[in-house]
Design a protein around this ligand. Structure first.
Ligand code: ATP
Length: 232
């Protein structure tokens, strides 16, 4: 049986204090960024006492079809979405790199920039965790960063296989994250937000409103640039 405890963040905890030095990395296609991403990122930033959280839009995602919307537009939407939250950063490094955007390469660069002692937390959904063994040089990820898994209520972890072994060897609690730079896997159950970029694109392509699912500033950018336009 895998001993992975999932911590729930929906209730504020008096034990958690602001002002840490850890850095959160939230990768994704952000096609477009929405309140599911933003709220989850803020909850993690505060509950894990991270000093900053970097949204890292993928340039050319290696695991899925290339999005029709350009990397530049996706990053511009992230930048608009995070205006006013100084702890959020849009990290464009994967857009500037030629070829597929491998997370391990980004983490290597970040480790060089941030120094060997800084705690780095790579945030991913539980769906992404299951696909981890298909990632380029995935074994190196835990030497470079901690993994923070965003679980959904009712989510069950695998009992055997590569991921189960990984959880068994590296599973820990959030208190351990600031104490070491890398190597732990921590699971956090976040406030559920049933929002996906797929659903937002489908609404816009059908000529329906996506209001209240993502920031107004992002919707204004989408309208300005004619992105996800209604299919005639
Ligand atoms: P798509 O619908 O195009 O697959 P998405 O909405 O899942 O997109 P991504 O850019 O693929 O967005 O996701 C980046 C990260 O955000 C992933 O780790 C994913 O698990 C997480 N994520 C996506 N939607 C939510 C949500 N509603 N709440 C919390 N995390 C989310």
């Amino acid at each position: 049986m895998i001993k992975v405890s999932s911590e729930t963040l929906s209730e504020p905890s008096k034990e958690r204090s602001p002002g840490g030095t850890g850095v959160g990395i939230f990768g994704g296609t952000f096609n477009p960024i929405h309140f599911g991403h933003l709220r989850s990122a803020l909850e993690l930033l505060e509950s894990l006492s991270l000093s900053e959280l970097r949204f890292m839009p993928a340039g050319e995602p290696p695991h899925r079809d290339s999005p029709v919307v350009s990397a530049e537009d996706r990053a511009a939407m992230v930048e608009r979405a995070i205006v006013g939250e100084s702890r959020f950063i849009c990290d464009r490094r994967e857009l500037e790199r030629d070829g597929p955007s491998y997370t391990v390469a980004s983490l290597e660069e970040l480790r060089d920039e941030l120094g060997k002692d800084r705690s780095i937390c790579l945030i991913m959904g539980c769906d992404a965790l299951l696909g981890l063994p298909q990632w380029h040089r995935w074994e190196a990820l835990l030497d470079l960063a901690h993994l923070v898994i965003m679980a959904r209520p009712g989510w069950v972890f695998p009992d055997d296989g590569v991921v189960a072994k990984l959880l068994d060897e590296h599973g820990g609690s959030s208190d351990e994250l600031p104490k070491t730079p890398a190597g732990k896997i921590v699971t956090q159950t976040l406030r559920p937000q049933d929002i996906s970029a797929t659903n937002i694109r489908a609404l816009l392509q059908s000529g329906l409103s996506a209001r209240y699912l993502l920031p107004e500033s992002v919707l204004a950018y989408i309208a300005e640039r004619g992105l996800y336009a209604k299919q005639e």
